[in-house]
Design a protein around this ligand. Sequence first.
Ligand code: ADE
Length: 246
Amino acid sequence: MTWRASVLTLFPAMFPGPLGTSLAGRALERAVWSLEARDIRAHATDRHRTVDDTPFGGGAGMVMRPDVLDAAIAACDDGRPVVYLTPRGRPLTQERVREFAAGPGVVLLCGRYEGIDERVIEARGLEEISIGDFVLSGGEPAALVLLDACVRLLPGVMGAAESADEESFAAGLLEYPHYTRPAEWHGKAVPDVLLSGHHGAVAAWRRAEAERITRERRPDLWARYLSDKPRNNRSGGVVASTPAAP
Ligand code: ADE
């Protein structure tokens, strides 16, 4: 069955955008998933087609009206999770992406940065999600990011190579370094172990490198990895004698 994405936006021309090409674009053509970009402004009721107004209490910027947003959501609310993309949302995780991908699809609400009326968030039980601690000019690029992450997990979209990537991230570690030909480039050699033909040694080296990079760059992921010892079958931080399968 087709995984369905509806995006509520003031800028429907931003979709499918990059999702019309590559892996996601081919899956869209094959109807593995569908995408409809719905113009929020179509639900405005006055002759100026107003979608926002000044904030009660004063302050800069405009706030999107709850009545207009509610009507836009009502028009496509069919039990799929309804997500509002906002920098104040909970951080998007691979785990939540996996859950979205396993369901019937998503409804994504893209607001302008200043915000939307709080009452529609409460009334519709919107799930607020952020894609990172930085501010975009609107939710649309965040919606594209969320959809890209979901679509690549749909059955038949990814090849075997990309599937393996997902599993290594799921183990809670960042990726180990990759090398290809030429074996020497600008005076830099590829690590000897990768040319050794010894699969066990290669796996141990990769695991140790993944652990080093995670420890150096992401203390938060590293702490979680350490507290999750049994599930990860980890090496102990140095080159392992019995590494987990990559
Ligand atoms: N809208 C503006 N910035 C955002 C962010 N970081 N994540 C999700 N939606 C946003």
